[in-house]
Design a protein around this ligand. Structure first.
Ligand SMILES: *Cc1c(COP(=O)(O)O)cnc(C)c1O
Length: 432
């Protein structure tokens, strides 16, 4: 299978090139040249298949020209090491809990798949891959944990000193092995600038195979379609149509749901729910797409003013805006509404995190306007990850899951650097 750039369908590359490059040279996003539709007997059997078995079918359909059966199995097994349970929060409203992975957020799925696929691709090139990641928190922890111990890949994380929450920091500074954390004397933008400079430095790129594992990489994007299949297969349905509500920031997660739908999964509708960073809900209501500076909110992993996967969504609809707006309904919510939702759902015996709360609100509004649906919202993070916001909303202490508490025990190991490029370049040149 070839992958084309959303900026130029004639620019096509192999799977390994798309994975190693991440972004196309013309700044477009890679997309599979065709979307395979799974056979009816797969859908008929799906309810009896395990999560991993569903994964073999779906990933096989997309990657079987490029990977053999045992590689596909290895990839899926490495990714799906934890469950994604559906929990009924109210009648007909289900939470798809995507936070049972090592860093308690859905990005674990994409990061784990990406790390394994990169290590397979690098075996072909016989060169060690260096993944550079600038992080303001969440991405660093998912990528670091996803790549931990993966042969042939070293991860270098740059984070701004004193700007990341202590819990998030622990999730990528205590791991050791093939993960190195550089504590930059600066802000997040300085970290990002250093990474960009490294990719542009001719000398460095002659010596080292540098890549990024950010969310636009197809190896992080595609595997996110798996839990839509799995959730659909486990969802109790009595002839109702199915709607998925996705709390969205860069719009990769919802895009993967639309990919699943185009592979034949009979999802009837999507809800794109955002915080006040609402450029996509506004577009879906009929306005032109207009990127804006991001606004800080309590659901801060979705504080995105220029969603990077938007071209991917347009590509999925073949540029047909009407079809896009018909299939996806957009809603946005303020912090006050988000907090109220956390408070309103708690007495039902369920604790929402601020991101899941936005998804829940979108689903409720859609279902109030559209009868005849059973609905799923994606709970993208464990409430313990956003402890301060949730505890304040509820006026009570949360019990942290053991996995999170365990990170807090670890010893922080970092290499301090300044924000000048020469020092960072020197560090990279010193790697063997
Ligand atoms: C990254 C993130 C999102 C947004 O996902 P996109 O794929 O960027 O739309 C939502 N919730 C949480 C907890 C996240 O970490």
């Amino acid at each position: 299978m070839k992958y084309f750039s959303t900026n130029n369908p004639k620019h096509q590359v192999s799977l390994s090139e798309a994975v190693i490059k991440g972004l196309a040279p013309d700044n477009g996003l890679y997309m599979p040249e065709r979307i395979p539709v799974l056979p009816q007997d797969f859908f008929d059997q799906m309810a009896e298949l395990s999560f991993r078995e569903i994964g073999y079918h779906v990933i096989g359909a997309l990657f079987s020209e490029d990977l053999n059966e045992s590689q596909i199995k290895e990839l899926v097994d490495h990714t799906l090491t934890f469950d994604a349970p559906l929990v009924e929060v109210e009648r007909g409203i289900f939470s798809l809990e995507l936070f049972h992975g090592p860093t308690l957020a859905f990005k674990d799925f994409g990061a784990r798949f990406c790390s394994k696929l990169m290590s397979m691709v690098v075996l072909e090139t016989e060169q060690k891959i260096r993944v550079l990641v600038a992080t303001s928190g969440d991405t660093g922890s998912a990528v670091a944990n996803g790549f931990l111990g993966v042969q042939g890949v070293d991860v270098i994380i740059l984070f701004p000193k004193g700007k990341v929450s202590p819990l998030q920091e622990k999730q990528f500074t205590t791991l050791g092995q093939n993960i190195t954390a550089l504590e930059v004397e600066g802000v997040f933008d300085d970290c990002q600038t250093l990474v960009k400079q490294a990719f542009l430095d001719h000398e460095l790129n002659q010596k080292l195979l540098l890549t990024s594992a950010n969310s636009i990489n197809i190896a992080r994007w595609i595997p996110q379609c798996l839990y839509y299949f799995y959730a659909f297969s486990r969802l109790p349905k009595n002839g109702e149509k199915v709607v998925f509500a996705v709390p969205s920031g860069n719009f990769g997660n919802i895009g993967a749901g639309i990919l699943a739908q185009q592979m034949g999964l009979p999802i009837a509708h999507f809800v794109a729910a955002t915080n006040v960073n609402k450029v996509v809900p506004e577009y879906l209501q009929g306005l032109p797409f207009q990127a804006k500076p991001s606004i800080p909110t309590v659901s801060n992993s979705m504080d995105v003013g220029n969603p990077s996967n938007f071209p991917r969504l347009q590509s999925l609809y073949g540029g047909d805006e009407e079809l896009f707006r018909e299939n996806v309904k957009g809603y946005f919510y303020t912090d006050a509404q988000t907090i109220e939702a956390i408070q309103a759902v708690q007495p039902k015996g369920y604790t929402l995190d601020p991101h899941g709360a936005v998804g829940y609100l979108g689903l409720k509004d859609f279902m109030a306007e559209n009868p005849g649906y059973v609905g799923v919202f994606l709970a993208t993070a464990h409430p313990g990850k956003f402890k301060d916001v949730v505890e304040k909303a509820l006026g009570e202490k949360l019990v942290l899951p053991e996995r999170l508490a365990a990170f807090l025990q670890g010893k922080k190991q970092v290499i301090p650097i300044g924000k000048g490029f020469d020092e960072f370049k020197g560090f990279l040149e010193g790697l063997d």
